[in-house]
Write a protein that binds this ligand. Structure first.
Ligand code: A2P
Length: 348
């Protein structure tokens, strides 16, 4: 194929910035690369492969001559502009939740369900960050042992909420260091920018990510529940989630409890993880080796450790799963989807 022209929508954002880095090191044969953001950023400059590039304002015609558009500028922008990009002949990889549960849109983690890419109609959805890393860890176990049930509690980093949320946490941390009284700390974004109340995240743990929905679960929790079933192609897996934001900059951690069909020893499960694509086993309690958010930053893999059998349930297993939410959870998975499609000749 000729060279591919690529557009990054939301190029100034927390995810968009990482998409640029992933693209700089990608195996895709790049032609022109366009950097799109809001009017506020138009005209600003950034560096790509050592060359200065100018950010352009996103408009429908931005997608003329574009082969691949990576979107990460919020669900509303994807709803409006992804169809415009497809109309002009681009393939869209969308990092927002807008199209994820649309039955005509593949929801893909390349290590798990790359074949779903063949069914695309122009838009491919990148799953939720917390779901992606859990899929990388659980798919090898599902394949070998079967998966009946998942109960996950997340410890999610602030970068998943975007650059403004990162700045808000940094400011609250400075306020704490300056011994400013708690009621003077500013909180206007977290836990969910669209919700009524806002709370500080610094030195706190907020059991709300996104807004509340059916059954007392948040949208983030429903995303983990519904996306797991769609990606694994199995509606019978029982899934429940509690999603918590913690004051970590990047790197989501998850305590995952599963029940499998067949039983296995810890050593057998460790071996499954050690041989799984995209996963790295970090599991040696005797040496205090386990995955940590700080160590995951800048890496594409998903790290798995603390693997242990449930004391009471024979098929029950606990795992600790960590990955860089901006990379495997977002920018890398998106670029990896594009690379996988290229290898499968799906851009022809
Ligand atoms: P901008 O920086 O110009 O506002 P984050 O997830 O870190 O909050 O970033 C959101 C991204 O979405 C930014 O790149 C932001 O660009 C972009 N964005 C927000 N609103 C629009 C819009 N109306 N049109 C295009 N891009 C937008």
């Amino acid at each position: 194929m000729r060279k591919m022209n690529v557009a990054i929508v939301g190029a100034t954002g927390a995810v968009g910035t990482q998409m640029i880095k992933m693209l700089e090191n990608s195996s895709l044969p790049l032609g022109t690369v366009k950097f799109l953001a809001s009017k506020r950023s138009a005209g600003k400059q950034l560096s790509f492969k050592g060359e200065t590039q100018t950010i352009e304002e996103l408009v429908p015609d931005s997608f003329d001559q574009i082969d691949l558009a990576l979107f990460s500028a919020g669900g509303g922008i994807s709803a409006k502009f992804a169809p415009e990009a497809v109309k002009r002949g681009a393939v869209v990889v969308d990092n927002t939740s807008h199209f994820r549960m649309d039955p005509t849109v593949p929801l893909v983690v390349p290590e798990v369900n790359p074949e779903a890419l063949r069914e695309h109609h122009g838009i491919i959805a990148n799953p939720n960050c917390s779901t992606i890393q859990m899929m990388v860890a659980l798919e090898p176990i599902r394949q070998a042992l079967g998966l009946k049930r998942v109960i996950v509690s997340t410890y999610q980093a602030v970068s998943g909420a975007g650059n403004l949320a990162i700045e808000e946490l940094a400011q609250q941390t400075r306020d704490f260091a300056a011994e400013k009284p708690l009621d003077e700390w500013e909180a206007s974004i977290l836990p969910a920018s669209g919700d009524k109340k806002h709370y500080p995240l610094a030195f706190n743990a907020l059991p709300q990510i996104d807004v509340f929905a059916e059954g007392g679960y948040t949208n983030e929790e429903w995303k983990m529940i519904n996306e797991t079933k769609k990606i694994m192609g199995d509606d019978t897996i029982r899934v429940s989630a509690t999603c918590v934001r913690i004051p970590v900059m990047s790197g989501h951690s998850e305590s995952v409890y599963i029940e499998t069909e067949k039983t296995a020893t810890v050593a057998e499960i460790q071996e499954l993880i050690a041989n799984a694509p995209g996963a790295v086993l970090e599991d040696d309690p005797s040496q205090q080796i386990y995955p940590q958010a700080l160590n995951s930053v800048g890496k594409k893999e998903t790290f798995v450790g603390r693997i242990r059998k449930d004391p009471d349930e024979e098929t029950g297993v606990h795992l600790w799963v960590v990955s860089d939410n901006l990379l495997k959870g977002a920018a890398w998975n998106s670029v990896q989807i594009a690379e996988t499609m290229y290898e499968m000749n799906l851009f022809e």
